[in-house]
Design a protein around this ligand. Structure first.
Ligand code: FUB
Ligand code: ZN
Length: 647
């Protein structure tokens, strides 16, 4: 896929005036993120994914934005704005198609920070020229209306904001624009996108509120909350944080009160995850951001309760959320069907956002247990190994009706993958004062500061296929002690998921150990971490060993779909049986828990640990092969199953 400049007749428009720059604000979380720019991934598992994202997914998404008329929408908005007549542009696609452009720019911006690419930067600038051209003089930027104000997109409503609590997505578009613009600004130092975003945010702040002449509405689809919090961090301008808080506080008190959009009751009273799963996850992540920045404990209490509800009653073993296609939504407690599970790729990304923020608030490894489960299973299943095709729902059972596609009319998932994968290195570490958390295991070089002093650390590991990790202190300017907090994943501690929705069904005992320069250290856990505090010097080596064996997993009896069934995991990876490896009706597989499961590393599917065992199918003994769930459906469509019957 090749990038070429998106040439347009608008290319010579004057740049818009810059707005004021203030001092950036601090994120407010008790724990500091370590940005992805500090982490150079040298890992084969994730290196392959990052390369595919850079070389295939992002160029593909840009070309799809062009091919499917997403850029044209901005051009038409510009043309209509500059015409005295109604040009009669018909509504196109979905009213949130603009966000695919923003999200792809966001992903490309993350890539630019680690892989400078003048051609890509110029391409983005050319796209931003037409985005800027579509902005109305007062900052409003929403092509589904501007391109035909008399007959806007049917979901948009005849006037601004009239359908924003329903389907218009005016604030959803704002949220994605803000996230992308901040990323682009940080990557390039250029304000061309940031200024567009500020102008739209300022337009919203002027028009939305409880003051005279204002409209009191909240987003029908959340994300503006997170985006506004980011804009506040980038600019230091408090009004953006106030607007994010306004959106949260007014939710459940305005015109539309519906569980579908989590507006059935005020957010502070919520304790169950309901409704559209992406909306919900983005809202919980936004609540965490605003809580961190304002110190409002009420938000934290609410998301603590909701997190508990998800993890103990509404989480798939793959980390997927959203049980039903009807409303793309959470189902009732323990309702987790497999063949019809929705588990939208965007919802998995949202689940990572939520659990990451919960960790930053509470510092407990249990949030990373959920994050890691989601990441290695229900999230990366959403994109093919080559980066060029996507799942929208990620079911746990298939009768052959599923296949990944290079794009969708509603392309939220591909464009979300564009922005998520390149940001992944930012989830590996976190820090605070003299403490460094190691949350994910993948080969990388970390260059950061701890307690204000430079430190370089490398990680070498064959994770997720083996549980041996070598951490080496390459350089350190630290004078005093540093506490290294090493996450000991739930799966090695005998805990499949926090709270027991899933548990191990075999009697294997797995262990872990940590050594420093060959000496075993105290493995006592504190919030899921082994802490090693000492005066580190260059050359110090930490070895973490996590027993990684195939394990049988059962679900809580209340999950009807999984009753009498078992799933198989190894380390962070959930396995499935797929037609391509098994010459029998795979969906009829009956696992025999007494049979051993063997592991063999195979080069296929970009390199996987394949599992084998003897099972029964229609009364006959068969050799059963299992592959990682994320790798299914790469060899054509056919039967696939995660939860197998067991005898
Ligand atoms: O509404 C915008 C996006 O489209 C949602 O997040 C997805 O679930 C899909 O409906
Ligand atoms: Zn999606």
């Amino acid at each position: 896929m090749r990038i070429r400049l998106y040439f347009t007749a608008l290319a010579l428009l004057p740049a818009i005036a810059c707005t004021q720059t203030q001092q950036p604000a601090s994120h407010g979380y008790p724990i500091d993120p370590v940005p992805f720019t500090s982490v150079k991934v040298t890992d084969s598992f994730w290196g392959q994914r990052l390369k595919a994202s850079r070389e295939v997914t992002i160029p593909l998404a840009f070309s799809k934005c062009e091919e499917t008329g997403r850029y044209l929408n901005f051009e038409q908005a510009y043309r209509q704005m500059n015409s005295k007549e109604n040009l009669g542009f018909p509504p196109s696609g979905f009213p949130f198609d603009d966000t695919d452009v923003y999200k792809t720019i966001e992903g490309a911006s993350y890539v630019l920070q680690t892989y400078p690419d003048a051609k890509m930067e110029a391409y983005i600038d050319s796209v931003l020229t037409i985005v800027a051209a579509a902005q109305e003089p007062d900052g409003y930027l929403y092509t589904p209306r501007t391109m035909n104000p008399e007959h806007p997109h049917p979901w948009s409503g005849l006037t601004r904001w009239s359908e924003v609590e329903g389907g218009s997505h005016e604030f959803y578009n704002l949220g994605h624009m803000l996230e992308a613009a901040v990323a682009h600004y940080q990557a390039t130092g250029k304000r061309n996108f940031l200024d567009i975003a500020i102008r739209y945010a300022d337009c919203v702040i002027r028009e939305i509120g409880e003051g005279e002449g204002q409209t009191c509405v909240v987003p029908g689809h959340q994300i503006a909350e997170m985006g506004l919090a980011k804009l506040y961090l980038a600019t230091g301008d408090r009004k953006y944080l106030d607007q994010a808080k306004f959106f949260l506080d007014k939710r459940g008190t305005t015109k539309i009160r519906s569980a579908y959009s989590q507006s059935h009751i005020p957010v502070l009273e919520q304790d169950e995850a309901v409704g559209h799963a992406v909306r919900a996850a983005y809202m919980y992540a936004g609540m965490a951001d605003v809580a961190a920045l304002t110190g409002d404990q009420g938000y934290i209490d609410a998301i603590d309760r909701i997190w508990e509800n998800i993890v103990t009653k509404k989480l798939y073993i793959t980390g997927g959320i959203g049980a039903t296609a009807d409303g793309e939504a959470f189902g009732p407690n323990y309702f987790l069907p497999n063949a019809t599970s929705y588990c939208e790729t965007c919802a998995a990304i949202g689940n990572v956002y939520v659990n990451y923020r919960m960790f930053l608030l509470h510092g407990d490894a249990k949030y990373y247990d959920v994050l890691e489960r989601t990441l290695y299973n229900g999230l990366i299943s959403g994109v093919s190994l080559d980066g060029g095709a996507f799942f929208y729902p990620n079911p746990l059972e298939s009768h052959g009706q599923h296949h990944r596609e290079p794009w969708f009319g509603c392309a939220c998932c591909p464009s979300n993958i564009c922005r998520f994968i390149p940001s992944l290195p930012g989830y590996v570490y976190a820090s605070k004062d003299n403490t460094l958390w190691v949350n994910l295991y993948m080969s990388n070089t970390l260059t950061t500061q701890v307690a204000g002093k430079d430190i370089t650390l490398t990680q070498q590991t064959g994770y997720p296929w083996d549980g041996d990790v070598l951490l080496t202190v390459e350089k350190t300017a630290l004078k005093g002690k540093m506490a290294l907090k090493l996450r000991i994943p739930g799966w090695v501690r005998g805990e499949v998921t926090p709270g027991g929705l899933y548990s191990f069904a075999d009697d294997k005992q797995t262990a872990y150990s940590v050594t420093v320069n060959g000496e075993t250290v105290d493995g006592t856990l504190d919030s899921g971490y082994v802490t090693v505090e000492r005066n580190w010097k260059a050359g110090d080596q930490v070895r973490i060993h996590l027993d990684m064996e195939p394990r049988l997993v059962k679900a809580d009896e209340r999950v009807e779909a999984d009753r009498g069934r078992l799933a198989v995991e190894k380390g962070p990876i959930v396995y499935c049986a797929e037609w391509a490896d098994n010459s029998f009706p795979t969906l009829e597989t009956v696992l025999n828990p007494a049979r051993p499961i063997t592991v063999r590393h195979e080069d296929k599917l970009c390199g996987i640990d394949e599992l084998s065992t003897r099972a029964t199918v229609n009364g006959k003994d068969v050799d059963l092969t299992l592959i990682p769930y994320y790798a299914w459906c790469h060899r054509g469509s056919g039967d696939m199953i995660v939860w197998m019957q067991a005898n």
